[in-house]
Design a protein around this ligand. Sequence first.
Ligand SMILES: Cc1cc2nc3c(=O)[nH]c(=O)nc-3n(C[C@H](O)[C@H](O)[C@H](O)COP(=O)(O)OP(=O)(O)OC[C@H]3O[C@@H](n4cnc5c(N)ncnc54)[C@H](O)[C@@H]3O)c2cc1C
Length: 324
Amino acid sequence: MAGVWILVEHRDGEIRRVTLEAAGAARKVADELGTEVTAVMLASGLEDKAAELGAYGVDKVLYAEGEAFAYYTAEVYAAAVAELVKQHQPDVLLFPASLQGKDLAGRLAAKLDVSVAVDCTALAVADGRLKATRPMYAGKVYAEVILSGQPQIASLRPNVFDVVETGGSAAVEKVEVAAPEPRVTLDEVLKEAEGKIELTEASIIVSGGRGMKAAENFKILEELASVLGAAVGASRSAVDAGWRPHTDQVGQTGKVVCPNLYIACGISGAIQHLAGMGTSKVIVAINKDPDAPIHSKANYSVVADLFKVVPPFTEECKKIKAAQ
Ligand SMILES: Cc1cc2nc3c(=O)[nH]c(=O)nc-3n(C[C@H](O)[C@H](O)[C@H](O)COP(=O)(O)OP(=O)(O)OC[C@H]3O[C@@H](n4cnc5c(N)ncnc54)[C@H](O)[C@@H]3O)c2cc1C
């Protein structure tokens, strides 16, 4: 058994939470297979960080140092990881289903001529092989797939798998892997506004749709989000109307999110929107139409005018927070 691998994602010198979730999932799969968890980290100047992964279930880190690895580029990362896979022959390779992970998993699977299960919401082991559960048809059905070939590649939906603190330690092994001359070079990284919470990593999302009626009304949601420590999302209608940037869009053609709490304000609950947030742990729908489909998906339904409900709710949240 050559083990279960995860690929480490890092940004601004920190290992991203989605990687720790993948480490937790990998640990469970590896325990069932009776094998080890290895993290592959391509980076520049982050060797000290690599050892931290031991506390989250990783046994070993293969760390490759290089200027070319400082930022993710599909071409360079895919070539380097493919090279390492060929050398070490892992059984399973897990990625976060982040933008980077989805991009890389598909590219790598094509390079290695194996299949990939994307955006998985559960993993198990059946007869010594990975059994992955993944949504199909915009989340209408869930398929259980057993992957053929080696390695078996899967990407994991962010916020679905728990971060498991094992308190262990990981051996860091420095590896040499050639980085190909990239055909695309990175000129500049444009940063999100300071303090803005990334939608796919947010544990609470307050989202607005066409019912918000105008771009400036989103400040109501921004205020609630700032009290709750939440990110602000949007339906496609709100994005198409130019009220929010596309980076805020939740759904089939936007981001897939899985927060602990999703508050949908003035969103009808079209299937394409549900595809992006339907696995949220708790859904609150605020919609004045009692027949809006979002209500049938919601754990808590508020049939009311959002403009009458959200501002006083924000005030109550502020009071509770102030009293803490
Ligand atoms: C290929 C394809 C891909 C798509 N991808 C996406 C996607 O990624 N994400 C996405 O969201 N959509 C997507 N869509 C669009 C989707 O089909 C819906 O059109 C869209 O989600 C509707 O957005 P909405 O709920 O904001 O607007 P609407 O459907 O118009 O709903 C607005 C809701 O607001 C409520 N409302 C109005 N005023 C108030 C008020 N004062 N208080 C409370 N409630 C109020 C209304 O009752 C209504 O239910 C896609 C469509 C296609 C065809």
